[in-house]
Design a protein around this ligand. Sequence first.
Ligand SMILES: Cc1cc2nc3c(=O)[nH]c(=O)nc-3n(C[C@H](O)[C@H](O)[C@H](O)COP(=O)(O)OP(=O)(O)OC[C@H]3O[C@@H](n4cnc5c(N)ncnc54)[C@H](O)[C@@H]3O)c2cc1C
Length: 454
Amino acid sequence: MSTPEHFPGLAPSLLSRRTLLQALAVGAGISLLPRPGGARAATAPAGRVVVVGGGMAGASAAKYLRYWGGSGVQVTLVDPTAAYTSHIMSNLVLNGSRKLSSLNFSRDGLRKQHGVVIRKAAVQSLEPIQRVLRLSDGGTLAYDRLIVAPGIDFDPAYGLTAEDYALRTPHAWSAGPQTELLRQKVAAVPAGGVFVMTIPKAPYRCPPGPYERACVVADFLKKRRNGNVKVLVLDENLAITAERENFTHAFNVIHAGVIDYQPGVQNLHINAYTGQVSWTDAIGTPRSVMAQAVNPIPPQRARGSRSGDWLQQAGLANSADGRWAVVDLLSYESTALPGVHVIGDAAQTGLPKAGHVANQEGKTCADAVLRLLAGGSPDPAPVLNSACYSPITATTASWLTAVYQYDPASRTMKVAANNGVTAGAMPTEAANISNKNFKRMDTWFKALMADTFS
Ligand SMILES: Cc1cc2nc3c(=O)[nH]c(=O)nc-3n(C[C@H](O)[C@H](O)[C@H](O)COP(=O)(O)OP(=O)(O)OC[C@H]3O[C@@H](n4cnc5c(N)ncnc54)[C@H](O)[C@@H]3O)c2cc1C
């Protein structure tokens, strides 16, 4: 990534990159900054950049555009919400360890400390030829470069309506009112009761998240119901999709007798009123169960990618299945629309759809946009990292981490050789599940959110 020295227009009052790195290293033990690299741009960057979506990816991009780019770069961040509610850590609301309000993050720091202009509105359409966005408040915004980070949306599935998800069978895969509803539903599961959760086929937001949720709910319920409760996990994937060793241990040992994990399920159907869940198991046998609480996590797609929605209308949802935005991984520029970059969960990158990765993509993209605005070209060898902590009980956690490096031959990001890790390997899991990891999780989360929003 670029240092301030790459961009001479940088405001002198801003923190140096070294200071920030030191602060993060002390705080998290994990660097949140991708590596600097590539040729310096000859001139200072200048221009108007609009960022759509002030979540993990968009807020990071907006901040670092100003932090590295300086006052010549005008940055406007568009988001309809007054503050960001973090999905990260929202599983801990389900066992009462956290309040939902503890997951709210103001965007004031982006405005006050970095000079980002915040526009409270939703984007409704994009006119790429004119380089103009139309907003829900009736206004328009013109840009020289656009960064799109709207996150994901859900396809109602399994025979459920959007109203069922909102009122009866919450997915709670976006932190908010459904998280609170699911907390109440979990707490109401009686002794001898069954909690069913379903996991959609990958890719979905936060690969380890559903398995983490199964563990947190199992831990909570078994303590309160004296072990007399079942957490049935119906996974449409053929196997656990992330942190396989630690979750297998958690399901088979730590939560043995409570969690029943069934991979490879098909034909899921849920009756939101009776709690009856039916499916076909991995060997083709039809099965069903009556549940006291059902938590179906629906299939996902880039927000705005449905037929007629703005991302789709603009031609940005150009993956083979029309659900994601395909990007060049050096700059995150859309392969469909020049001048438009897509980051975070909405993009098809091959990287995990995760908040830590979204933060890293935001910075990599900010660096590329600044270089392009200055007449240069993106860093040809970007490196970024991913880190994720997963609570397994109310006091213990596991983690997963990887360093990813651009592979010019395949134009993909691959796990890099690093600290004894072989190039192309799977991300590294914690050697064990521990209370120490649980404490470090809090430090990591604080560092990540501070790096993104302040
Ligand atoms: C239960 C759970 C646990 C998780 N745990 C972890 C974890 O431990 N570690 C981790 O790294 N990740 C975790 N994640 C994943 C992480 O939350 C996401 O990957 C991350 O938030 C993606 O960032 P994003 O910026 O792409 O989307 P988001 O953070 O969802 O932000 C999208 C933003 O875009 C805005 N927006 C949408 N449409 C428009 C529009 N039309 N106009 C303007 N703005 C718009 C929204 O208001 C929102 O603010 C978890 C997710 C869940 C659900």
